[in-house]
Design a protein around this ligand. Sequence first.
Ligand code: HEC
Length: 124
Amino acid sequence: MKHRSLLTAVLIAIVFPAIAPAGAQQASSPAGNVEHGKALYRETGCYECHGLAGQGAPMTGPRVSRTQLPLDAFLNQLRHPVNQMPPYEAAVLSDSDAADIYAYLEQIPAPPGPNSIPLLKLTR
Ligand code: HEC
């Protein structure tokens, strides 16, 4: 019995500190769903102008992968684009869906540097 209560005390000590920070973190920054964001990026047509990997193209739209914009500026761009980009109103794309796209774009890995690609290395 003594062992059992000790075990219970240890389990409580392990479980409770783990729950509290996780709950606090969720409240401050809702993590976007990367997989859902990836699907939405394709379904809503962002890729048509920004490229399948968010790499951008000179004639259609800038790079959006690894965007440096904070989430609220990103949302503002979707709701009130400044130039050629069509507006995506909340009725079409909710804030939460937009946050998922943002999460997807943020985690796209950077391309390899030109010096790591043998064919691109300058030979002298
Ligand atoms: C018809 C082409 C087109 C489509 C579709 C499009 N964009 Fe854009 N986007 C642009 C252009 C052009 C710009 C440059 C600024 C402008 O026109 O507002 C831009 C700018 C942006 C920027 C700002 C980039 C920066 O760093 O300044 C973000 C972020 C962005 N688009 C995200 C998206 C997302 C997410 C979608 C899909 C929901 C999307 N765009 C759909 C053309 C497009």
